[in-house]
Design a protein. Sequence first.
Length: 324
Amino acid sequence: MSNDKVFATRQMPGSTLERLSQYCDLEVWDDFMPPDYEIITEKMSDLAGLLCLLTDRIDPQLMDAGSNLKVISNMAVGFDNIDIEAATLRGIPVGNTPGVLTETTADFAFALLMAAARRIPEGRQYVQDGKWRTWHPTVLAGQDIFGATLGIIGSGRIGAAVARRAKGFKMRLLVNSLETEAEIRQLGGEKVGLDDLLAQSDYVSMHVPLTDETHHMISDRELGLMKSTAILINTARGSVLDPMALYHALRDGQILAAALDVTDPEPIPLDDPLLTLDNCLIVPHIASASVATRAKMAEMAVDNVIAGLRGERLPTCVNPEVYD
Ligand code: GLV
């Protein structure tokens, strides 16, 4: 055990943090809610490791509040909450948790697609409101999934995993990028431009990381290209969509429905207009939330911290250029 101080900004599943505490002097933030930015900043002065979540903003000022930081480990595959360039400039390796959540997140994206297409949340509400008085030919009729066209925006690991699921439904697959070219092509995926993808798809599923380029990449113009029967699914990051543009498109029937695991901001305020719409299904950023996957993410995040403290290369490093 070393004297290195590590701060974990939340409790984690299982005995992962117990394992970490055998390597270092570990402090764990026990509240359900995240520590304020100021609290993390205060802790930084003598920290060697920071184990954080996507709810923690890790910017240059925060990094500069410490002088001994050897590793930042994010328990998430996404890392848009961390200024990676600033970490690299300071020689701090940043870890994330890719791979282990791919299939779980793809399951959930497909679950959202199916729930919105077949109006499952509305059906539940209908029963609970006492409206189920008889079987009726038009009640809660939704959209078919089998044989429909799925547009996947961003075909990285999760996009490809969604494509595999779509194959079982004999869907036509359109992708706008071919990061996983061989796999998507093998599945019969066709590469098209973003505009064509939007115009031709019955379902559009977002799988891009949040960057300056992808911020609000779906806004008024893009929504205007989509079919009036189309359904938009977002399990990426809230601000890849322009929320006001989405609200107008859903309200005005420009597209049929949306299913969002992520919003901008998070949590979505209760007075957000999207929450007034029956055709917008919103859940609280839980796409990777299976018991097994969250446990694996925590293990990976801890492995990154331990490697960083030991001065070893992080097993999953976002900025490997720190080692050059
Ligand atoms: C969740 O959104 C993640 O990035 O892991």
